[in-house]
Design a protein around this ligand. Structure first.
Ligand code: PDD
Length: 288
């Protein structure tokens, strides 16, 4: 099903939706975004996504041209226009620096562009959850936090695209990146967890990664269901020696990782801690 797209308040089909070539999002990748999804037609964890969008905007010195209520109304209208029926919505909100002359000077672009893309949410294949997936550790290094900080959910995604190209060439479901200190950071569009001795571990923000909303929510779930979920610096050998591993994102929830490169992780099958956290995540997502 094609996308329904809102460009600065005008909702159209994907063929009619256009942004000018002089938009600095196109010219320089200057912009930020969020990916959200619905469960039972309601956007899940909307407030957390807006909070992260605000933080991304602050980190690139961009004034968001809307209030939270304005944005919520635009998202609602775009989802309604998409008329997805029983399908859940995938929602991508982008805010770019806007249209202006060929200069990095932000005074050339007084009005940010706001785009909302709505499509049906496509879940990973059931086999990804039942049998688990293989990821590869890629040679592309995650951005140094003093370059384009991975904290910023930025439209400037060349680093991630190159990492995913490598993962695809090597047949990986995802590409796992290390930071410049060779610590594990995150995958191209998801965060990473391992399980060791019943404790779930995920790299800390100081390893240079996006503070995933799913990651944050799973840390809270762990606390509630009695699974210790902690941040810890992780390296390749921690992953290879793990009992279980999984990746998390809004669109993929928690997907078990059963192999990394050519090595099996744990038993080579999805493990009980991953299953328990996924089960509870889904229960809360369905409950809204
Ligand atoms: N990706 N790390 C990166 C680099 C990401 O792009 C994402 C999200 C995540 C997980 O974050 P969250 O749990 O908030 O979705 C981690 C989205 C889904 C995307 O790129 O569309």
């Amino acid at each position: 099903m094609p996308a329904t797209i809102n460009v600065n308040g005008r909702i159209t089909g994907e063929r009619e939706a256009v942004v000018p070539v002089l938009d600095h999002g196109f010219l320089y990748g200057e912009g930020i975004y969020e990916t959200m999804r619905t469960y039972n037609g309601r956007v899940f964890l909307y407030d957390r996504h807006v909070r992260r969008l605000r933080n991304s905007a602050r980190l690139i010195a961009l004034d968001l041209p809307f209030t939270e209520d304005d944005l919520a109304a635009q998202v609602r209208d775009t989802v309604a226009a998409a008329a997805l029926g029983r399908a859940e919505a995938y929602i991508r909100v982008l805010v770019t620096r806007g249209v202006g002359d060929l200069t990095y000077d932000p005074r050339a672009t007084p009005r940010p562009s706001v785009v909302i893309i709505v499509k049906p949410q496509v879940d990973p294949e059931p086999s990804a959850y039942e049998r688990g997936v293989r990821v590869v550790i890629v040679d592309v290094v995650r951005n140094h936090p003093e370059t384009v900080n991975p904290m910023i959910k930025s439209n400037n995604l060349l680093n991630s695209a190159l990492a995913m190209q490598e993962a695809i060439r090597r047949g990986g479901f995802e590409g796992l990146m290390r930071n410049y200190r060779r610590e594990l950071s995150e995958c191209t569009t998801s965060n990473i967890f391992i399980v060791r001795g019943g404790v779930a571990l995920t790299p800390p923000l100081s390893s240079g990664l996006l503070p995933g909303i799913t990651r944050e929510f799973l840390i809270e779930i762990g606390r509630d269901v009695g699974i210790d979920v902690r941040e810890e610096v992780l390296r390749d050998e921690d992953l290879f020696a793990a009992d279980e591993a999984f990746l998390t994102s809004t669109t993929r929830e928690a997907v078990p990782i059963v192999a990394v490169d050519d090595r099996a992780i744990g038993s080579g099958r999805p493990g009980p801690v991953t299953r328990r956290l996924l089960e509870e995540y889904r229960r809360r997502a369905q409950a809204g």
